[in-house]
Design a protein around this ligand. Structure first.
Ligand code: ADP
Ligand code: ZN
Ligand code: ZN
Length: 731
């Protein structure tokens, strides 16, 4: 009698979503590939992980290995390039690979949901002859029109219903009357519709067509598309995507969180017949998983998403676009500190495809990459629709006064614009009513108990709020310190400006746009629509106003926040302020009427500010780059910060001081600090920080590996730590 020999046992390293750097070894009789999704038991519970390597003999000896409990699908969960991207990111950002995978995957997939797309088609029910359709649906023409097509045997999935503008109500009507029902869709064919709607294609301007033809699809290259505001960068993206779809490939478009309005997505849906999916934080878990599946199966041809969409699996990617590449929201600020913009170029290299980074105000990092010959510069120097460039004027604020508002001369300028029937935008990058609540009798100031920060007064909800930890309390009627009725709000936030402007211009609508007024994306959308419907109005708000929106009727933009950025201790503040000025200014005069921009400042004579408004952003930025080079600051040096915080004062500081002492910096690298950030205490935690700075990335990496090891060895329960590679904020 012959026995089939048992299949040999194999040993697998599995990355698990736990904050530990290594993978964990398990055994199985099944032959698994790297990238497969498995369930294993770990520390008394079941976890889902990813196989990252296999071997015929175990790596660990001395104790028995646990077996893999469950293997999900028989194929790798992520395509090889995305798997490689995750590994690259784990190493570069010193973050545990299992947690990188977790960040890359939608929640449902992470917790074991199927990877196959389940889609449904709306089809006619058997007993709906045309006569009945005519008689019963005569009062609802939309339902009738859809039903007639269904009766002809045409099927509609959700996408097609959306595209052809059949509303939910129409579908529900047919379902309820029993005319139609949902059926599992037959698997999609190999070919997908991907036609361009030619009626929506604009004929490219010369600079646009030069940029489009400069992009090569043979291999990897990163392009920096520097196009002034209103120069038609989106049209360039659309025409590049057209080429990608024609070649049978997919396109991935990253956009900053707030720009992801239905309007943006409509521009893509209107142009292409191909399935477009979105990936962002406002989707439900189910939607997110479905869109991810569509991207992974190749059904979705265009994927538009925010930061984490850089990890979207795609079988056949042909192009990555990063719009508004300078935007800070591409950097994840907590947990896994990655830059989606930087990972886009890494993914482009792995996939051997072009990457287009677009902005009217490119980051200094990207400009330096152009200078170093790594990125290819494409320029759109003029507005695409014939609109003129906006004109900048510095509006002096008297010394000693911190804010220009309400300056009678400025109010007069606003009045003239409104009286002509045009629109005004006022940008002040502070939300709330007033940043300070102050006692005129004893100089008491309302402070957050949890943070080294002042509380902002919010009038709408009548409370004080900390913008750092969210702490809220009611506004005291008398001073908590001296009991006098002598509390006054100092300074102005957007709410106070709104009420001032309402008083000054009672005949014109004032619309406020900030994160308080736009907690629902639909609110932002309807405010933008209201403004673009035309008619004189004042738009007041924070930097949210500056994010890529296309306003048709604004001819005057006021920036009330100029000075601060030029005095900040963070060397990046000038770059950020300049970007904010140019982006805000760029909302003005985008159509037929010319646009003006007023910057209220006490720094009229500051050379940097003069340079910014007299030349252009690129010239300004190149000067700034020279200064960075001179001071050996990024992008001419590689930074990383090591942060720690603890409930008790001094704990984090002493911990980092010990780490700095033990960690010898590699050659060409320095470890500076620890320092206490300007706001040492935040949300009840006392913070401290080390700065690792180097002229070379490999040397920084070697130092960070040593530091990370020490952090793990010395860590105790009373503190938390993290490493931020290429930090976007120093304090
Ligand atoms: P950007 O993103 O560069 O600020 P947009 O893509 O929003 O610019 O384009 C600004 C305006 O110019 C839009 O109204 C757009 O429809 C228009 N536009 C873009 N390209 C062209 C073109 N080739 N011909 C005419 N109008 C164009
Ligand atoms: Zn007082
Ligand atoms: Zn606070």
């Amino acid at each position: 009698m012959t026995e089939t020999p048992p299949r040999p046992e194999r040993y697998y390293q599995v990355a698990l979503p736990v904050p530990l750097p290594s993978a964990f070894e398990y055994r199985s009789n099944e032959a698994l590939q790297t990238g497969q999704r498995v369930r294993v038991s770990f520390a008394g519970r079941f976890l889902i992980g990813i196989v990252i390597s296999a071997a015929a003999s175990p790596r660990t000896s001395g104790h028995t290995l646990k077996a893999i409990n469950q293997v999900f699908e028989n194929e790798p969960l992520l395509p090889a390039p995305v798997f490689e991207l995750c590994q690259w990111a784990a190493q570069y950002y010193l973050h545990p690979l299992g947690e990188v995978f977790a960040a890359a995957l939608p929640k449902k997939i992470r917790s074991g949901d199927d990877i196959k797309t389940k889609t449904f088609q709306l089809v006619a029910s058997p007993n709906s002859p045309e006569r009945r359709i005519d008689s019963s649906l005569s009062r609802s023409p939309k339902q009738r029109a859809l039903m007639l097509r269904l009766a002809q045997g045409e099927g509609f999935n959700r996408e097609k219903l959306k595209r052809e503008k059949y509303s939910k109500a129409v579908v529900v009507g047919l379902l309820q009357r029993g005319f139609a029902h949902w059926q599992t869709e037959t698997p999609p064919a190999d070919t997908y519709p991907q036609h361009v709607r030619s009626d929506t294609v604009l004929s490219a301007t010369d600079p646009q067509s030069d940029a489009i033809s400069a992009v090569s699809f043979k291999g990897h290259q990163t392009y920096l598309l520097y196009g002034v505001t209103g120069s038609g960068k989106t049209e360039v993206y659309l025409q590049l995507i057209e080429k990608v779809l024609e070649a049978g490939k997919q396109a991935l478009v990253l956009i900053p969180e707030i720009s992801l309005t239905p309007q943006t997505i409509e521009r893509f849906r209107d142009r292409f017949e191909a399935p477009v999916v979105t990936l962002h934080s406002e989707l439900t878990d189910r939607e997110r998983a479905n869109h991810w599946r569509d991207a992974r199966s190749g059904r979705a041809r265009i994927i538009i998403g925010t930061r984490s969409a850089i990890f979207t699996p795609t079988p056949d990617l042909g192009l990555i676009v990063v719009d508004e590449e300078h935007d800070n929201s591409y950097k994840q600020q907590d947990g896994f500190h990655y830059s989606a913009r930087d990972l886009a170029t890494v993914r482009g290299l792995i996939e051997k495809i072009p990457v287009v980074l677009g902005s009217a105000t490119p980051s200094l990092e990207s400009l330096q990459n152009v200078e170093a010959g790594k990125y290819h510069l494409l320029e759109l120097p003029e507005r695409a629709n014939g609109a003129q460039k906006e004109q900048y004027t510095l509006f002096p604020v008297p010394q000693g006064q911190t804010n220009a508002f309400p300056d009678p001369a400025l109010l007069e300028i606003i009045k003239q614009v409104l009286d002509k029937g045009e629109q005004v935008l006022v940008m002040r990058n502070r939300r709330g009513f007033a940043p300070v609540l102050y006692c005129t009798h004893c100089q008491w100031i309302a402070q957050c108990a949890q943070c080294d920060a002042r509380l902002t007064m919010h009038k709408a909800r009548n409370h004080l709020q900390c913008h750092h930890c969210g702490e809220q309390q009611s506004i005291p009627s008398q001073c908590p310190s001296c009991s006098q009725l002598s509390l006054i709000p100092l300074g102005e936030g957007t709410q106070r400006l709104e009420s001032m402007l309402n008083q000054q211009f009672p005949d014109y609508p004032v619309i406020r746009i900030d994160s308080d007024s736009t907690q629902q994306r639909s609110a932002l959308e309807s405010m933008l629509n209201r403004v673009n419907a035309g008619g004189p109005c004042i738009l007041v708000g924070t930097q949210l106003l500056a994010k890529g929106h296309h306003f048709t009727g604004i001819t005057l933009a006021l920036v009330l926040d100029v000075d601060q950025g030029f005095f900040s201790s963070d060397y990046r503040a000038i770059e950020r302020t300049a970007q904010l000025i140019i982006q805000t200014g760029g909302r003005s005069g985008r159509e037929a009427l010319p646009g003006a921009v007023y910057l209220s400042t006490t720094l009229q004579d500051l050379p940097e500010l003069q340079a910014l408004i007299q030349s252009d952003y690129l010239t300004f930025a190149q000067n700034l780059l020279q200064q960075r080079k001179h001071h050996k600051l990024p992008p001419y040096a590689s930074h990383a910060t090591v942060k720690a915080d603890a409930r008790q004062p001094e704990t984090a500081y002493r911990f980092l001081a010990g780490i700095a002492q033990q960690a010898r910096a590699s050659h060409g690298c320095e470890i500076l600090g620890p320092v206490r950030p300007g706001m040492e205490k935040r949300a009840g935690w006392y913070r401290a920080q080390l700065l690792v700075t180097s002229q070379s990335r490999p040397s920084r990496a070697r130092t960070l590996i040593r530091i990370e090891k020490l952090l793990r060895e010395n860590k105790n329960r009373s503190l938390r730590w993290s490493i931020d590679v290429d930090p976007s904020d120093l304090v």
